[in-house]
Design a protein around this ligand. Structure first.
Ligand SMILES: Cc1cc2nc3c(=O)[nH]c(=O)nc-3n(C[C@H](O)[C@H](O)[C@H](O)COP(=O)(O)O)c2cc1C
Length: 302
């Protein structure tokens, strides 16, 4: 089975909802009313990673700064320990992977695509290619080169998760599309830092982190709009979505589906509420197609 990116679907942002931990806390009730239409795993890497030193979180007035540092069990640990549970979730499973060179990416994509339950693969391109030093998702040439290597390895949908710091997001999106990506996800967190009020030194163990939550919303909607006018690919829009109205705005800006991240830390069932509110808004307005604002600011009905 392959994921089809249904219009108006509400997914989770990778790394922001842990169904294994949620099941420990809420039991089977969590599975019976699973909060998302599809589940995106925490990003996995080829080798296990311990993540960054604590503290790893700083709450701001408008979201979170995290410096989690991608702790994960690595490919083998994920497949043995986490995958069997995730494969039994009542919704399609999308596996998020990150590699530091093309060979690592190819190994990850091949291994997770072999599992029948994997319905799509999200490529977290917010990391440097150790061979070039460039952030894969910030450069059209980099994202095209990586996607071209991965495209022949599977027929399953490849979702390119873009980096919000790209100089020209539309050019990166077009490069991913031409190289064979099936969908785009945006945005990831924006670089941020916070000071310890007592010492005046950086609070986060890693010195800096990624800002998520409502602070991102306007930036994310703008990038979704740019990308939607530049490519024909389905877009999973995210960044500070906390209500159905926020989700609806992303759809209006050109997203096909939306994802909820930071809001799930406040309310683990947020995905359900946002979906109900979004469906009501789409029905009320009778819109089954988004209204895209073009980069010039004009509105066009697509
Ligand atoms: C604690 C935390 C962990 C995250 N881990 C990942 C990750 O493993 N892979 C990834 O692609 N994005 C990760 N993200 C980014 C989210 O998936 C999402 O792109 C971003 O937070 C914006 O959405 P939001 O404002 O709704 O949280 C993480 C975000 C947070 C807050």
């Amino acid at each position: 089975m392959s994921y089809a990116f249904p219009y108006g679907a509400v997914l989770n942002g990778s790394g922001t909802f842990d169904p294994i931990a949620a099941h420990r806390t809420f039991g089977d009730a969590m599975l019976e009313s699973f909060p998302f239409d599809a589940f995106v795993s925490k990003t996995i890497t080829l080798e296990p990673r311990a993540g960054n030193p604590p503290p790893r979180l700083w709450e701001t007035a408008s979201g979170l700064i995290n410096s989690i540092g991608l702790p994960n069990k690595g490919l083998e640990g994920f497949l043995q320990l986490d995958f069997p549970f995730l494969a039994r979730l009542p919704v399609p499973l999308i596996v998020s992977v990150m590699g530091f060179d093309h060979d690592q990416l190819a190994q990850l994509v091949t291994a997770v695509a072999e599992r029948d339950e994997t319905q799509a693969i999200e490529l977290n391109f917010s990391c440097p290619n150790v061979e070039t030093g460039l952030i894969m998702g910030a450069d059209p040439g980099e994202i095209a080169a990586a996607t071209e290597v991965l495209r022949p390895l599977t027929d399953k949908p490849l979702i390119a998760k873009l980096t919000p710091t790209a100089h020209d997001q539309a050019a990166v999106a077009r490069a991913a599309e031409q190289a064979g990506a099936d969908a785009l996800a945006l945005i990831n967190t924006l670089p941020g830092m916070a000071l310890d009020p007592a010492s005046g030194r950086p609070w986060l163990g890693a010195g800096r982190g990624g800002q998520s939550g409502p602070a991102l919303r306007a930036v994310a909607m703008n990038q979704v709009r740019d990308v939607a006018t530049a490519t024909a690919l389905p877009i999973i829009g995210m960044g500070g979505i906390a209500s159905g109205k926020n989700a609806y705005d992303f759809v209006q800006a050109g997203a096909t589906c939306v994802a909820v991240g930071t809001e799930s830390f406040r309310d683990p069932a947020a995905g359900l509420r946002i979906r109900t509110e979004l469906v009501a808004l789409l029905e009320t307005t009778g819109r089954d197609r988004p209204v895209l604002a073009t980069p010039s600011g004009d509105l066009r009905h697509d």
